[in-house]
Design a protein around this ligand. Structure first.
Ligand code: CUA
Length: 260
């Protein structure tokens, strides 16, 4: 064997051992957990925050067009979070601002990462995998604040939204802002992926098939329940069906009615 060849092989071998040692050291010595795909966790379809005690939480997050569930995760400072991530429709990405969390959300699979939130503040959750027309507006949030308490056991997914909503309008506004509606609909009349909600109530809209429909309470509720049935002219038929309860749909309608 040529001398230069031997040097190249030995150098490559040494480099590989250095890299492997660094990997072992960061995982075992520095306790840095690497993002991973967990195969022993069944894919889930709803978000959940589970208090494991000792300021340790398990967060199940679901990505879908174009929102995260739960849309907002409130935890106390110092929280250790095991983040489990899945997707409902297409592949999304999750980057949590100011952390090392950078995962892909894949339908039918669960990816996981461990993160510790030492500093109080808001950490935006951003979708960084192109997932369709509302992609750039797909966002969630971790809010780390003193005095935040997560009830023991599983936290129902609607709770962060419904809590503090005294009226139907408040509930509707909270849902509108956290369930992905804002990714495509503005409330100030400016254009977006979908029609603006400003002035929608009692407005007559031209549909793709040429018909004209007056947006009364019944029609707005119908559009939320079955988005593909009537498509507004000039807009792509991309609105996803989100499973809302009757009370939630009523809240959304009441909220939209206030936007005239
Ligand atoms: Cu979800 Cu991009």
């Amino acid at each position: 064997m040529d001398r230069a060849e031997r040097i190249a092989i030995v150098t490559a071998g040494l480099l590989m051992s250095v890299f492997f040692a660094a990997l072992v050291y960061s995982a075992a010595g520095l306790n840095i957990s690497l993002p991973t795909c967990v195969t022993n966790v069944a894919p889930f379809t709803a978000g959940k925050i589970i208090d494991k005690g000792n300021n340790h939480y398990e967060v199940h997050m679901v990505a879908r067009m174009w929102a995260f569930d739960p849309p907002e995760v409130r935890l106390p400072p110092g929280a250790d979070v095991d983040l489990y991530l899945s997707a409902l429709d297409v592949t999304h990405g999750v980057y949590v601002e100011h952390t090392n969390v950078n995962l892909m959300a894949v339908p039918g699979a669960v990816n996981a990462a461990r993160v510790r939130f030492d500093t109080e503040g808001e950490y935006d959750v951003i979708c960084h995998e192109y997932c369709g027309i509302g992609h750039q507006n797909m966002m969630g949030k971790f809010v780390i604040a003193k005095g935040t308490a997560v009830p023991p056991g599983a936290q129902p997914r609607a709770q962060p939204v419904a809590a503090g909503a005294a009226t139907a309008v408040q509930l509707g506004k909270a849902l509108f802002e956290t369930k992905g509606c804002v990714a495509c609909h503005t409330v100030d009349g400016s254009p977006s992926v979908g029609p603006t909600m400003k002035g929608l109530y009692r407005h007559e809209t031209e549909m793709e098939d040429g018909s004209r429909i007056m947006s009364d309470e019944e029609h707005i509720a119908e559009e939320i329940r079955h988005p593909g049935k009537h498509v507004v002219k000039g807009f792509p038929p991309v609105m996803p069906e989100v499973p809302f309860t009757d009370a939630e749909i009523n809240g959304l309608v009441e909220y939209i009615k206030t936007l005239s």
